[in-house]
Design a protein around this ligand. Structure first.
Ligand SMILES: Nc1ncnc2c1ncn2[C@@H]1O[C@H](COP(=O)(O)OP(=O)(O)OP(=O)(O)O)[C@@H](O)[C@H]1O
Length: 315
């Protein structure tokens, strides 16, 4: 479990993290989401014990990161942003070097290197110089390095940033396969990545924590149905006729509109169904003027933008 209390970090006059508190329980993947510059890497560095906070505290499985750094860090594997790595080593030399840093017993090292290489799909590259490998493989080596001490907690800062779609997919699939066994925190600017991998999300903006919720709750806020609002110049009989040709409509409500002769209608459908083309076609067939048509749903992107825009605009 990770507990951060009232974290604060400034670089001179600039405040990177401002009074951030959260608890990350064991056994789930948590996303830390926010736009570039919102403080994600600073928090990642503080949790990993790479950077001291200017205020507040962090405990990792009950050990304070500043008072008991060795015990706290033993529970953590960390992939920093930009994947700093020694390019002039072979993959095996690099993983061996990290094993020494973690003080793994020497007899365990070959087995451990074989284990992480197998998980990360890099076994064939072990004898290769890292500088000759492509970006996706180098990122996988970085994650292998974070896993080398078999930590119960994995912190991954932008694990797929700057990678091709194919490399991104490959790494996300590997991360999904890892989530059974450990607590993971993924720092990301990509909403889609957090939605795909995480059960819980912390949203940062301007160094402040502005949301701390389950992905399920955010999805519920966005709605699990598409709700299309129409204003039609039509009678109820005409509405019934157009609806009879639209099988994807799951629910309908209608009431007289403000304009004379207008009907305000709300049509519900599954989230994957866009009713608008069907509405256009059916209304055209019946010669029904469409006065207005818009979705009432709030998308997850909009929720995210509203959350992050709120602070930027007004704080
Ligand atoms: N070493 C530093 N010295 C001065 N300012 C810094 C330092 N590190 C970070 N900052 C500033 O702190 C703020 C937060 O930076 P941070 O790297 O934590 O954001 P981020 O959300 O990780 O961004 P990105 O997604 O671009 O990596 C930014 O304004 C950044 O310029």
């Amino acid at each position: 479990m990770i507990e951060a209390k009232m974290l604060y970090k400034n670089f001179g006059a600039s405040v990177a993290v401002n009074d951030v508190s959260f608890t990350i329980p064991d056994g789930q993947i948590t996303g830390v989401l926010g736009r570039p510059g919102c403080g994600k890497s600073t928090i990642a560095n503080i949790l990993a014990g790479y950077t001291a906070s200017s205020g507040g505290s962090v405990s990792i499985n009950g050990y304070d990161i500043e008072r008991h750094p060795r015990r706290a860090k033993a529970a953590i594997g960390y992939l920093p942003a930009n994947n700093p790595i020694y390019y002039d080593m072979t993959v095996r030399e690099y993983l061996d070097f990290l094993s020494r840093l973690h003080r793994l017993p020497r007899r365990q090292v070959p087995g451990r290197i074989a284990w992480v290489s197998d998980i990360m799909g890099i076994s064939e590259y072990l004898p290769h110089l890292i500088l000759n490998l492509d970006r996706g493989v180098i990122r996988r080596i970085g994650i292998a390095g974070a896993l080398i001490n078999d930590p119960p907690i994995l912190l991954l800062d932008q694990p797929t940033a700057g990678l091709s779609p194919a490399d991104t997919r490959e790494i996300r699939e590997i991360l999904k396969s890892l989530r059974q066994d450990r607590t993971m925190v993924i720092f990301s600017s990509y909403l889609a990545e957090v939605l795909e991998l995480c059960q819980h999300v912390l949203v940062l903006n301007g160094g402040k924590l502005i949301a701390n919720d389950s992905i399920a709750n955010l999805r519920a806020l966005a709605g699990d149905k598409n709700r299309l609002k129409l204003s039609l110049h039509a009678t109820l009989d005409q509405l019934r006729r157009i609806l009879s040709s639209m099988e994807s409509v799951e629910d309908v409500s209608a009431q007289p509109g403000l304009e004379e002769g207008a009907l305000d209608v709300i049509l519900e459908s599954g989230v994957d169904t866009d009713l608008r083309p069907q509405v256009w076609a059916a209304c055209a067939r019946e010669n029904i003027p469409i006065l207005e048509m818009k979705y009432l749903n709030v998308s997850l992107e909009e929720i995210f933008l509203q959350l992050t825009g709120k602070i930027q605009g007004g704080d």
